[in-house]
Ligand binder design. Structure first.
Ligand code: SF4
Ligand code: SF4
Ligand code: FES
Length: 291
């Protein structure tokens, strides 16, 4: 990054955080401090650098990182937007576990080292910023909502309620980060990941949707078969979506129903592949519009 750009970024960061840090400094616990080890580097490599920051009651790890950015390392890269656990952009790893930096209090780590790293399942752009574009590519492969009816829809209240939970997703991609299929086995080409199982289940259970995504999930890029229901994704979700119980298991049941029921198998052989929702012939991508 050019020096001028670094200087401009430092200026912007100082302006944004000046008031916050003035308050924080005046409230700092006298003489007390925290040590923070932050990964500095990029996809080619890097190492942890230790920083010391004044202890402020109520401080979250994002505050601590921004303190370092403003006072000690103006070129430290970190992504954040809302500072209210709504946008999902500050996800990173604290002591090896994916967390929202703006939701994790420094005091939770009292007596421990605080080691902050970028998400490990994706390439690192710089320092705490990882390149999550893989997820947007997967989003493009997801068969979108399609209906024969015109919104606004009339639906039963219980159907509407079931649709709420998956819609809470803030796209922090921490479930993607912790899933061993991506993180350890690097199956990015063949596995959509838990965030997209949530999305697909929302679409599959929508009573007004006419498409089927079962073929995409079983035989296409969805790769649902790789999931062995370890529940790690559910444990890290900051908005408490029950990813395995309410999305992955129901999808696996739908796939098993469609592909391993002998009667359905025989019908498919005789009539060709048809949408389980509408009975219409399906195309190569699993779309019931024949494409
Ligand atoms: S339950 Fe499945 S999707 Fe979730 S982390 Fe485990 S393997 Fe990945
Ligand atoms: S499902 Fe939960 S953990 Fe996964 S991206 Fe959405 S909010 Fe984040
Ligand atoms: S900054 Fe938006 S979720 Fe943390």
């Amino acid at each position: 990054m050019a020096n001028e750009e670094v200087r401009q970024n430092e200026e912007i960061a100082s302006k944004v955080h000046a008031d916050v840090h003035q308050d924080e400094e005046s409230a700092a616990r006298e003489g007390e401090s925290y040590k923070l080890k932050i990964f500095r580097g990029d996809n080619e490599g890097g190492s942890e650098v230790e920083y010391e920051i004044p202890a402020v009651p109520g401080m979250v790890v994002l505050d601590a990182v921004l303190y370092v950015q403003v006072h000690q390392a103006g070129d430290l890269a970190v992504r954040w937007n809302c500072k209210a656990a709504h946008c999902g952009s500050c996800s990173a790893e604290i002591n090896g576990k994916p967390k929202l930096l703006c939701k994790s209090r420094v005091e939770e780590y009292e007596g421990q080292e605080i080691r902050v790293h970028p998400l490990q399942a994706f390439p690192v752009v710089k320092d705490l910023v990882s390149d999550v574009s893989f997820n947007y590519e997967v989003a493009r492969t997801t068969i979108p909502f399609q209906s024969d009816e015109q919104a606004p829809f009339e639906m039963y209240e219980e159907d509407v309620e079931r649709l709420y939970e998956p819609k809470k997703c803030i796209e922090c991609f921490m479930c993607q980060d912790v899933c061993h299929v991506l993180r350890t086995h690097h199956k990015h080409e063949e596995f959509a990941g838990p965030r997209f199982f949530v999305r697909n289940q929302w679409l599959e259970m929508h009573p007004k949707d006419t498409q089927s995504r079962l073929e995409y999930l079983k035989e296409g890029q969805g790769g649902l078969g790789y999931c062995n229901i370890t529940k790690c994704c559910t444990e890290v979700c900051p908005v408490d979506i029950h990813i395995t119980d309410n999305s992955i298991i129901p999808l696996k049941e739908r796939v098993a129903d469609e592909y391993y029921d002998p009667a359905k198998w025989l019908m498919r052989k005789i009539r060709g592949r048809r949408s389980p929702k509408t009975g219409a012939p399906m195309g190569r991508n699993g779309n019931s519009n024949g494409r």
